[in-house]
Ligand binder design. Structure first.
Ligand code: CO
Length: 128
């Protein structure tokens, strides 16, 4: 991060109205690099193995994990949802806003699940 910022300073120092186009062209890739860096940093701080529920949608809809992984579902909607495996391996209670449910997958397999309150909401955990 520091090296990117230090590259920005000389460009800012050279900035004059006549050079605005040159600066804009030069700073495009740098801004892009900064944005990319920010995205990577955000990914690193994001909690691992989480399925979010937003706008009646499980994200990611299909998630592959290793045997022994604990997956956590978090409801970000302002209405309740739950998480029910079609083969009855797991079933959460109704999750209110920001409530979460965790399940540890001890066996390999494909686990299709849905929201019992809105059965069109569907997702899948693949355990390998
Ligand atoms: Co639902």
């Amino acid at each position: 991060m520091r090296s990117l910022v230090s590259h920005l300073r000389p460009i800012a120092a050279r900035f004059t109205p006549g050079r605005a186009v040159v600066v804009a062209v030069l700073s495009g890739p740098i801004v892009g690099a900064l944005l990319a860096f920010g995205t990577v940093a955000a990914e690193e701080t994001k909690e691992a193995n989480v399925v979010t529920i937003d706008n009646f949608t499980f994200t990611p809809p299909e998630f592959t994990v290793a045997v022994g992984t604990t997956v956590k579902w978090i409801n970000h909607d302002d209405i309740p949802h739950n998480v029910i495996n079609k083969d009855k391996a797991f079933r959460s209670k109704a999750l209110d806003t920001d409530d979460s449910y965790s399940f540890t997958f001890a066996s390999a397999g494909t686990y299709d699940y849905f929201c019992g309150l809105h059965p069109h909401m569907q997702g899948k955990i693949v355990v390998k």
